[in-house]
Design a binder for this molecule. Structure first.
Ligand SMILES: [Zn+2]
Length: 572
């Protein structure tokens, strides 16, 4: 949370003032080629320059690792700082005076700062208590050396109802302690410590500030793990354990390893795989995937070697593929978790396993069974997982691997899937794979602004399949309606999704250029697809209206249906 007002107009001012060529030029040598600047990508090892910077558009994009964005994204990625920090650094450097935040925003910030203070104070208490016998014995059983425990800040919450409360009450209000989730308030105002007789594990933000705690029972008591509740600092689906430490290893390892548990994560750090993070006992979320996609090109999923672990790995695979990440899976021996294996096999053994992690499609193939017959039965499910990948080339490769493994010719996959996806399949027919990107490129880069605006105002967004492209089209229409321009810097300032930002930054470099006279026919294809999708939706609704006996709705839908059928097919 910044003490400044970082609203959109202010951000546009910062972007306007900051010279992206100068900022990038501090970190690598740029050479001018044509309108762009090119250099060696700082985010992935390379010998030929794939890293492009456009001063005019205020964007950067790497062909190799597909990272891209505007000057703020660059500072965030390069200097590993959060958004507000990146904006403040740029404003400072380019002499933009940031207006102070509103009183409301400042109050929220004060509150968050107090929360952070409470967390740090609790950490001092917990860490000191780790020297007691009970937690010491626990760490010994788990094979966690004291120096590693200290490094991760492990601590102990005493087996008393109000031990922490009594220690902190002189410094903080009861409200602050409850707000931080460290103290629970029951009916009738009685309060007690949330964590009792547990090893405490501080959960830190990407900036290394403690935002929550995990508490591990010493024995087999339930629940085994107890987490802080959601607070204004902490949201479980957003935070990756040990991200602050792993970030330092990302650029060298060029990948992240994701495990499920705290102690799995700590064990892997111990054997030198310091690029490891953990989800906090939740499924890997889109937010987790986005956090990783912002920082690494490749993720290795390493979950437990039992059935539940494998199923969780499949779900994580889909989410990570959808975030345009390259994914592989480290399969562990049946019934073992990463902690067991790391402790038994040490750095060398585990490193060998990590190096042999299976690429996404090979992992799916292994799960599908050992005979072609079994694999065919499970093929559709696996295809659905890899179809989440937005990169057409990688998607094609994975589909090919799956088809080959199941002994089915690649060209028959479409027919096979159509049993499940009739509507979608029919809708896609006739539209070239990258027509959506080609149109977006034409509107943002090639056509005259007035011409783009005219096309865009009546553009049939419903016919766009790619969710990221659709979101961008929505932003464009909204901007036009509000009197905004189609300049890429301005558009970027309204797009938050990291995948969408990359797509925009790489658009001119990656999407095909379409001759001006072909544009209307491409738009027409999208329009027809929108109509087809609408028709199939109407069919379903008509049936529902018939069943419900809703005559008004029925009449309205039938009118719309005949309207759609009559609509002239313009151009081709
Ligand atoms: Zn790169």
């Amino acid at each position: 949370m910044s003490q400044y007002d970082l609203s959109r107009p202010v951000l546009e001012q910062v972007r306007e003032a900051a010279d992206i060529v100068a900022v990038v030029g501090e970190h690598l040598t740029l050479r001018k080629t044509g309108r762009n600047y090119v250099g060696l990508c700082p985010f992935h090892g390379e010998k030929t320059g794939s890293f492009n910077v456009s001063r005019e558009k205020g964007t950067y994009y790497c062909f190799g690792c597909k990272r891209g964005g505007d000057v703020i994204d660059f500072v965030m990625e390069m200097e590993r700082v959060a958004f507000a920090e990146a904006v403040e650094r740029l404003a400072d450097r380019f002499g933009v005076r940031l207006p102070p935040a509103s009183p409301e925003a400042r109050r929220r910030k004060d509150e968050q700062e107090q929360l952070a203070d409470v967390m740090e104070a609790a950490q001092a208490v917990f860490a000191r208590q780790l020297s007691q016998d009970r937690p010491r014995a626990f760490l010994e059983r788990r094979g966690v050396p004291l120096d590693v425990a200290a490094e991760f800040g492990l601590g102990y919450a005493r087996n008393e109802w109000r031990a922490l409360y009594d220690e902190l009450r002189s410094k903080f209000s009861e409200r602050a302690l409850v707000g931080a989730g460290l103290v629970v308030e029951g009916d009738g105002g009685k309060v007690w410590d949330r964590f009792r007789d547990r090893v405490t594990i501080p959960i830190r933000s990407a900036r290394s500030r403690i935002i929550a705690y995990g508490g591990r029972a010493l024995g087999d008591e339930n629940p085994k793990y107890l987490n802080s509740p959601e607070t204004s600092l902490f949201s479980k689906g957003h935070v990756l354990f040990a991200l602050d430490r792993a970030m330092r290893a990302f650029s060298k390892a060029n990948r992240a390893i994701v495990v499920e548990g705290y102690f799995d994560c700590i064990a892997l750090h111990r054997v030198g795989l310091t690029e490891t993070v953990a989800t906090l006992g939740t499924a890997l979320s889109e937010h987790h995937a986005a956090e990783l996609a912002r920082r690494v090109p490749h993720v290795v999923v390493c979950f437990d070697g039992d059935n539940a672990g494998r199923q969780a790995a499949v779900a994580a695979l889909r989410t990570l593929l959808a975030a345009a990440l390259e994914v592989s899976v480290l399969v562990l021996p049946d019934g073992q978790d990463p902690d067991d294996v790391a402790r038994r096999e040490g750095a060398e053994g585990f490193g060998r396993r990590a190096a042999a992690a299976l690429p996404a499609a090979d992992f799916l193939l292994e799960l599908m069974g050992s005979t072609r017959q079994e694999r065919r039965r499970n093929l559709l499910h696996s295809l659905e997982v890899v179809n989440a990948c937005p990169d057409p080339v990688r998607r094609f490769e994975m589909r090919e691997t799956l088809a080959r493994g199941a002994g089915i010719p690649l060209e028959e996959l479409g027919g096979l899937e159509s049993t499940r996806m009739v509507a979608r399949q029919a809708a896609v027919e006739g539209l070239p794979e990258n027509a959506e990107l080609a149109l977006l490129r034409a509107f943002l880069h090639d056509l005259e602004p007035a011409e783009s605006a005219a096309h865009l105002r009546a553009f049939p967004i419903d016919g766009i399949c790619h969710p990221g492209v659709r979101r961008v089209f929505e932003v464009l229409q909204r901007r036009l309606a509000g009197g905004g321009t189609l300049e890429i810097a301005g558009v970027l300032s309204e797009v938050d999704d990291p995948g969408d930002r990359r797509l925009l930054a790489g658009l001119e470099l990656e999407a095909p250029q379409t001759p001006r006279e072909r544009i209307p026919s491409l738009i027409e294809l999208v329009r027809r697809r929108a109509d087809r999708l609408r028709s199939s939706e109407i069919v379903v609704r008509i049936r529902a209206a018939e069943l419900a006996g809703d005559r008004d709705a029925l009449a309205r839908l039938q009118a719309e249906q005949s309207e759609l059928i009559k609509r002239p097919k313009r151009g081709t």
